[in-house]
Each structure stands twice: as C-alpha cells, then as structure tokens.
Design a protein around this ligand. Sequence first.
Ligand code: NAD
Length: 433
Amino acid sequence: MENYQSLLEKQKAFFRTGQTKSVEFRKQALNKLKNLVTANEQNILDALKADLNKPEVEGKRAEIGLVVSEIDFMLEHLSDWTKPEEVPTPATHEGASSFIMADPYGAALVIAPWNYPFQLALNPLAGAIAAGNTAVLKPSELTPNTSHLLAALINDHFDEDYLRVVEGEVETSTALLKENFDYIFFTGSTGVGRIVAEAAAKHLTPVTLELGGKSPVIVHEDADLDETAARIARGKYANAGQTCVAPDYVLAHSRVKDELIAKIKQVITNNYGTEVSADTFPHVVSERHFDRLQGFLDNGTLAAGGGSDRSQLFIEPTILDNVSWDDAVMQDEIFGPILPVLTYDELPEAVEKIMDRPKPLALYLFSDDEGVQDDVFGNLSFGGGAINDTINHMTSHYLPFGGVGDSGMGAYHGKASFDTFTHYKSVLKRSNK
Ligand code: NAD
C-alpha cells in the first residue's frame, strides 16, 4: 500500500507558510480552477460521456454549470466571509472586546463518488480552497475518464504542495485515510461513510459525510398530478436515477396512485420517446450495479419500462406498482432508474412509515395544503427537501446541503462550503487599562 505521508507533510509545510490564508491567493486559485473548467468544457463532457453516457445537456447543467456558479458565488462573497466578525461582550467582561476569526483547518482530504464525478469532486475542492486550506482529492475509480481528467487539470496546473489529485481504488482511499489530515470531506455510501468516520476518529479529524439513503416522495390526494408527474420523472430519471437526492420511491395517496402512475408513464414517453434508446439514456455505472438493479425488476408489478441490456449497462426508465415495504427494492437505496410506488390512506400512516426507517437525505411532498406540509415537514427528520418539487433544493447557494443520521453529517454549498472547511476561532481581547 502506498504511503501518502510525504505528500501530506509537504502540504502541511506549505500551509504553515501562511500563503493559502491570503484572500488574494484564494481568489487566484478559484479563478484558475474556474478557467481550467471553462477551457476544458468539451474534454469534461467527453469524459462524462465515456464514463456514464451522460448527455451533454446534463453534463453542462449538473456538472460544469454547478461548479462554475459555485466558484462565482465564492469569488463574490469571499472578502466578506473572511473578515473577523465582531460580537457583543458580556457586562461581566467590561473593557474587553470579542471577535470570531475564520481560520482554515489546514490540509484537507476530499473523497468523491462516481455519480456526478466532476461536480462532486470540484465543489468540495472549491470550498476547501475558499476557506484557505490545501487539499488532496481522491476521485472515484468507477469513472476513470473523469478521474484522469481531474488529475490532469489539477496536477498539471497546481503545485502538489497545495492541491493534488490522487487516483486509485479502495486501497488508495484506505492509505490516505491512515494519514493525519486536518479535515476530511467524504461523499459516498453510508457503509463507506462509517469506515471514513472510524478512520477519522483515530486522529480526531473532523469530517463531513455526504451520504445517501432512500429519499421518499409523498404525493397527497390534493396534488397537481401533471406537475407532480413531470417533476418526479425529472428528478428520478436524470442520470438514470444515479443521483443522491433522486426520489427513491413514491408514497402516493391511494385515491391518486393510478392516475399518477399513468401520468409519469406519459412523461417518460414525452421525454424519451416510446422506445427509450440506450444511445441517449445514461448508463448504469458498472455490471455490479446493473445486476443489483436488475434483481428489482420482478418486485411488485411492472407499470412502465422494465427492459434492459447488460452489454450496454442500460435499464429503461421503470415504474413498479403494487410494491410492498418488504420487497427487496425497498430495503436499500435504489440508485437506478427504477421507481417503486406504494400507497397510504391516511397521512400519519405515511409519516410513521418514513419515521420507522433511517433518516433520508431528501424528502419531497406534493401538496398545496399547508396543514399537510406542516405535518410532514414539521414531524420528519431528513437532510433537506422540497415541497412540490424534487432535487432542486440542491442547486441553491443559499440552502446548506447535507444529510442527517444515516444520510450524513455536516453540509456544504455556498457559504456552508466555506463554513465546513473553516474553524471559527473565538477571541476575547482585553485591555490592560
Ligand atoms: P462509495 O461509498 O462506494 O465510494 C465513494 C468513494 O469512497 C470512492 O472514491 C471510493 O473509491 C471510496 N471508497 C469505496 N470503498 C471504500 C472503502 N472501503 N474505504 C475507503 N474508501 C472507499 O460510493 P459511490 O458508489 O461512489 O457513490 C454512491 C453513493 O454515494 C450513494 O449512496 C449516493 O447516495 C451517495 N452520494 C451522496 C451524495 C451526497 O451529496 N450526499 C452525492 C452523491 C452520491
């Protein structure tokens, strides 16, 4: 197993010079990163196409676009965020003043997944840079073209004492996690999140864990079913369902279930045609994931899709009706283009079912009834979510993004990214008068 001690020592030594703390230095690095992204747009889209058959429009919007807008937001606000914040001083400390300094942790480690392999690598990296850290980035080995491109972009243009991409598989991650980083930012599955948390505990390294889980969609009886169907289908089938906040399953009021399924089916046809093509629809990332997903296709009854082609790692956008809570598809995060639909008769029943399970990363509710909105959003614990929409809460710079319980800890995006990679030092300044 390779040893990353000397790389980390170099980064820690560079951090000690204080250069990464200069706001000008951070802005230069962010600008350079942004320029590398925009100048390599076609290379990035090609890599995403080769790894996941990701359509250009999805690559532009959900990978490149999100990285560029996150960097722009940071550049706009960085000078404010880095200023010490003056806070009141209690009367008992008369004559003193108090302030809070935004201090980078030092050398950060970012471990990224494969589903949005570009954005989920570079957005945390931008946060680490904005907050004044050095960073090592380990992209996912399951998307090798994007991983190689990230390595070329960063390693050819930044000094390794400051930023370094280390490519590799589990052994590489494991070796990196042995080192005493000052901060670890991990995006991936809940199981591996536990391994990361254990490794971090050895050095008492603070962590952010951006994990997954089964994100429910509740469709109440008053929902506008046309909009609901369109917004569920968009969130579910983008990237072939391989989105951490994709609707995992639908919990529909029994009175609207059949009509909802018919409408989602219609949206699939409108969006992808009567015959969904493996040439244009994103692929499942690996044979292991394909086999896992294929095993769900006989759960419940098939209401739409169900076709697949292992040689192309292609699974049609699928809806499963009459699914029960005990079916295999309802046990773990699906992470593929398969949408099980279950029903409820009374709202408290739906809320209880969700409460019985691990806390989801996202929760969606379709209803204009404010009482229903309060019952659901007031009672359930989940990372973040949306009313009458899916996945779009993730793309606001003003909404910290993260999970709770099994779906993770900590949050990022916008100012929250800066905060995540920052230690806030509290200082009391007393005068000698
Ligand atoms: P994963 O946990 O298998 O891998 C993530 C990273 O960890 C990869 O870089 C991988 O090389 C590394 N890794 C894998 N096994 C490891 C081990 N035993 N020890 C150390 N490192 C290891 O996750 P994935 O399959 O790449 O991504 C899918 C999961 O990520 C889903 O659960 C999804 O919901 C979640 N996810 C969460 C978010 C979020 O923002 N919350 C975003 C995207 C994906």
